[in-house]
Design a binder for this molecule. Sequence first.
Ligand code: BGC
Length: 751
Amino acid sequence: MNNNIDDIIGKMTLEEKVRFCSGTNFWETESLERLSIPSMRFSDGPNGLRKSGEDIIAMSESEAATCFPAPAAYASSWNRELVAKLGNAIADEALAADVQIVLGPGVNIKRSPLGGRNFEYLSEDPYVAGELAVDYIKAMQAKGVGTSVKHFAANNREYRRMEVDTIVDERTLHEIYYPAFEKAIKKAQPWTVMTAYNKLNGYYASEHEELLQQILHDDWKFEGFVVSDWGAVDDRVQALKAGLAVEMPPTGGLSDEKIKLAIEAGELDERVLDERLAAYLRILFKTTAVKQEKTYNQDEHHALAEEIATESIVLLRNEKNILPLNTTDKVAIIGDLADNVRYRGGGSSQVNPTKLDTPLDKLREKAGENIQFARGYSIDGKDEQEQLIKEAEKVAESMDKVILFLGLSEEFESEGFDKLHLRLPENQELLVKRITAKNQNVIVVLSNGSPVEMPWRDQVDGIVEIYLGGQAVGGAITKILYGEENPSGKLTETFPLKLEDTPSYFNFNQEKNRVVYQEGIFVGYRYYEKKNMPVLYPFGYGLSYTEFLYDNLKLSANKLQDSDTLNISFTLKNTGKRAGKEVAQVYISDRESSNVRPVKELKGFEKVLLAPGESKTVTIELDPRAFSFYDPEQHAWRVETGSFDILVGSSSEAIHLSETVKVTETVAPKMVYDRNSTVSDVLDDPQNQDKMEELLLSLRGKLLLIPEDEENVDKMMFPMLSDLPLRGLIIFSQGQFTDKELDEFIQSLNN
Ligand code: BGC
């Protein structure tokens, strides 16, 4: 087969070329026998393969595949190797199903816990989202299956997701909403990037030249091709110009025709089409080169799904060490979700499982006659509530402990719409009240895709978050509840006390077609910490059945320059009686900054397995980006001179070790001055300070703001003068300093 792309494109007619600008059906791209160009197939999604038939987008009609835990769950494992195993396994299933590109991972930042699709995203924090995405992509692509990092960019709500204009400032985009994409591209080169449905600052993401051309290609050096989200393109010609290679699904030839007409009319340069086609063909030949029939072992993948689910479970509360259970404990299992378990999200990540282990079955397998079950409520709300509660009360009364399975159904959260509140369904809240009145030893197990409020927290002794744990969730929760495995998941998102506390509360879904991200960079813990607000459970939080001691923090240097890397090390010891894994987290706090910064930001983490009594040294590298902020005036990342605290902890709230490092900015940012720059802007600039002082001294006696008898510039620096725009020197010298002199002065500064 001739894979010389220029050669192939050279042999194609315009009609043939435009056909490749969209698919041939819902999932497959075009082929061209004459030039031996095969087609390829896309399938969802981030937590397993959802391979659907040719022309349907029907969510429920996909072929069976391993349904792994949802991204919100597996992110809580903070385990890079495990996420890589996941990528590998989905790749094997894709190869077996003849799928070339798997549509994931989703790396959008969870801006509000109301986001209907939060279960499909990794975190409220760009560092952890980026890190985990990299491992997933690398592992999948190493097997020859492409990924599609989605949804680029700022896709943070479902409500009117195809119309909404998302207004975000430059710094916030670079510090919060871009970095996970940026890291994925720079470190793992995903073969495709999927555009978001929404507009960003006035332009649809699919048609956004700055986004697709400047940022993705020019700045980050993306080497793959851009595919639209399904139905995200409005103006196909503009999308092609901006950088979008393939529109999905096809529009029955309409879009192709528009491109052809635009080229024929001279409105679009055919070379643009050739460039997009070349980007597409490069990836196509990569994927089809490894096309192979391969089967995978369903049982092994099911076991992996259980391993991932187990590591992802977050123990939120364990008063009086109510957990782990003994198999001799008499346990009431209450809640429809123990049986009708919710293990996956709704929408494009709705994978049809190869089998399903429910918590109830697995718990019964484990503890046999010591388990009794009552439904307590029906998840679809159809059965008679009072009757179900009464039955549950009876069971609860007769047993030592109660495990209450609670959570949200798909009616509460799914792709396609956002949540309206953060409460559990009313029938479940009522059940908690009634059951806790009958039994003092209650443990709640939660199945949900995103945080819920827990007004009942203090009435129960245990809370375990299993998120949407995939098809093997039953085995995983059983192992955690009975202590066969030590819980080691930690939250990658904050659980707020109440919806009203959330950073985007005032503007999330308040306007139909527009949203302004007023909270800026203060998303998730960055917001709660800055406002010193209590939360229900902080970012990075999760309990264990054992204990860990942090000690001996060492820095490779106490002074750094802005381009240096800092290596830190510390020891972690398991001081408890059980083997267990700990997620050690490293945050950086900038003590002083010219721009507002979060109290601290996550810049490193490591998950470490320790036997009882064992200790290990953990090392973490902090590159210059770890210290920097995005300066919108410079349109660039900057590390400012000053002291930074290096904080090591077991959650964002529990910091156990800290050291300080002094960092020096070696290249002063280039300032551009104009008439509205202030006197202090120039005085603060070491390059131009002298010129400003000289000018001010020369104006003594002429400038109303400087008394004639003042000897030096320092004393003149009262606030009125320092904030004075340079043009003010003309006004307050009553014209003795002229426009021409000002222009010359500004020119000398800018030279
Ligand atoms: C979703 C994408 C998904 C695509 C194909 C869209 O509605 O937003 O994430 O990959 O459908 O199913």
